[in-house]
Design a protein around this ligand. Structure first.
Ligand code: PMP
Length: 366
C-alpha cells in the first residue's frame, strides 16, 4: 500500500485511523452480521450510529441544546436553496456577504425566492476575492430575515477573521471547508451548514445545525426534503439517509474527540498552516496573494507567477506523492488543502519539495 499526501480541496483525505476502523468493520458491523452499507436505517444498530454521530458532533462543537443537528443530502449547494426556502419567512428579504464563488452562488440561488441584497463583497479586490469584506451592523438591512456568509472560501484560500455583528438578525454560515477544524461559538449563528467531503466524511451527507426557533417558517411550496422542520421532526430520517456517510462522520467526530477535541485540532491545524505560510513569507519565488489577516488555515493558495511553471510544479509534486495541488480551474496556480486529516509530515514534505523546485527551476526559463 502506497498512500500519498492528497492535497485535494474535497473530497479529501480522511484520518488513517478512521479508514482502518471502517475497514475492520466493513464486512460485519458489531454483532449485526452485515455491513453498515447493507443495513436498514430502521434498525436499532443504525439508530445508534445516527444518534452517536449527532451526540459526538454536539459534544465536539459544544452545540447548545436549543439547536438541532440534521444530516441532509444534496451537498452544500442544495442548502443554497434550502436556506431561502426556510428562512425568507417574514420580510422576504435577506443580505449576503459575497467573499468567493460559493457565496456568490448561494446569493444567486436565493434571488429566485426573494429580495436579496449584497451587503458587502470582495469581488473587486486585487486579485479578486483575496480578502474578506469588513462589515458593521449598519451594513445590513434592519428587516433582513437573515444574513448569509461563507466562513472559509475554499477556492481563494480566505477565511472570515471575525464573526459579523448582525444584531438580532440570524447569521447563516456555510462552513463546508472549515467545520470541526477549530472551536466556533455556535450560539453566534442561527444556522451552520457544511458538505461533509472535506473535514467530516465521504461526499454524500450535509451537516445542518439550526436554532430551534428558526424552524417552521418554510414556504408552503418548499420540497419536503428541504424543509428543516420536517427533517428535524423525523430525526433526519424522513427518507433513507446516507447511512454509510453518517457512520463515517461518526467515526471522524469520535476520532477528533479522542485526540483532544477542537482545541487540539486547531493546534494541529495552526501548526501545519504556519509551516507553509512561514515558508511562503520567507522567500520570493512563490507568491501568496491573500490578505494576511484573512488567510485560510485549510486552503493555502500560491503561484509562481508563471503558468507553465505552475503546471510543472503540480506534475512533479504528484510524481513525489504530493497529489492534487492544482489550484481551482477559475484561479489557476496552486492550492494546498490541508484539512484535519492531513498529517504535519505531509506539509513538511510539501515545503521541502517547494524549496527544491525553486532551486531547480529558476524563473525566466520558459
Ligand atoms: N461551499 C463551499 C465553501 C465549498 O467549498 C463547496 C464545495 N467545494 C460548496 C459550498 C459546494 O458544496 P457541494 O459540492 O457539497 O454542493
Amino acid at each position: 500500500m502506497n498512500r500519498v499526501y492528497n492535497f485535494s480541496a474535497g473530497p479529501s483525505m480522511l484520518p488513517l485511523e478512521v479508514l482502518e476502523k471502517a475497514q475492520k468493520e466493513m464486512l460485519c458491523y458489531g454483532e449485526s452480521g452485515m455491513s453498515v452499507m447493507e443495513m436498514s436505517h430502521r434498525t436499532p444498530e443504525f439508530e445508534e450510529i445516527l444518534h452517536g454521530a449527532e451526540d459526538a458532533l454536539r459534544k465536539l462543537m459544544n452545540v447548545p441544546a436549543n439547536y438541532k443537528i440534521l444530516f441532509m443530502q444534496g451537498g452544500a449547494s442544495t442548502q443554497f436553496a434550502a436556506v431561502p426556502l426556510n428562512f425568507l419567512s417574514e420580510h422576504k428579504c435577506a443580505d449576503y456577504i459575497v467573499s468567493g464563488q460559493f457565496s456568490k452562488k448561494a446569493a444567486t440561488e436565493a434571488k429566485k425566492y426573494g429580495d436579496i441584497a449584497i451587503a458587502a463583497s470582495s469581488a473587486g479586490s486585487t486579485p479578486t476575492f483575496s480578502t474578506i469584506p469588513e462589515t458593521t451592523r449598519s451594513s445590513f438591512r434592519p428587516d433582513a430575515d437573515y444574513v448569509h456568509i461563507c466562513f472559509n472560501n475554499t477556492i481563494y484560500g480566505t477565511k472570515f477573521h471575525y464573526i459579523p455583528d448582525t444584531g438580532n438578525i440570524p447569521l447563516i454560515a456555510d462552513m463546508s471547508s472549515c467545520i470541526v477544524s477549530e472551536p466556533v461559538d455556535v450560539s453566534k449563528f442561527g444556522m451552520i451548514y457544511a458538505g461533509a467531503q472535506k473535514n467530516v466524511a465521504p461526499a454524500g451527507v450535509t451537516i445542518v445545525i439550526v436554532r430551534n426557533d428558526l424552524l417552521g417558517g418554510a414556504r408552503p411550496d418548499t420540497p419536503a426534503m428541504l424543509d428543516y422542520k420536517l427533517m428535524a421532526e423525523n430525526d433526519s430520517m424522513y427518507n433513507t439517509p446516507p447511512c454509510w456517510c453518517i457512520y463515517m462522520a461518526k467515526l471522524v467526530f469520535e476520532w477528533i474527540l479522542s485526540i483532544g477535541g477542537l482545541d487540539e485540532m486547531k493546534r494541529r491545524n495552526e501548526r501545519k498552516a504556519s509551516l507553509l505560510y512561514d515558508y511562503l513569507d520567507s522567500q520570493s519565488y512563490y507568491t501568496a496573494s491573500v490578505d494576511k489577516k484573512c488567510r485560510s488555515m485549510m486552503n493555502v493558495v500560491f503561484i509562481t507567477g508563471d503558468a507553465e511553471l505552475d503546471k510543472k510544479f503540480c506534475k512533479e509534486a504528484a510524481e513525489q506523492g504530493l497529489k492534487n495541488l492544482k489550484g481551482h480551474r477559475s484561479v489557476g496556480g496552486m492550492r494546498a488543502s490541508i484539512y484535519n486529516a492531513m498529517p504535519y509530515e505531509g506539509v513538511e514534505k510539501l515545503v521541502d519539495f517547494m524549496k527544491k523546485f525553486a532551486v531547480n527551476n529558476p524563473k525566466g526559463q520558459f
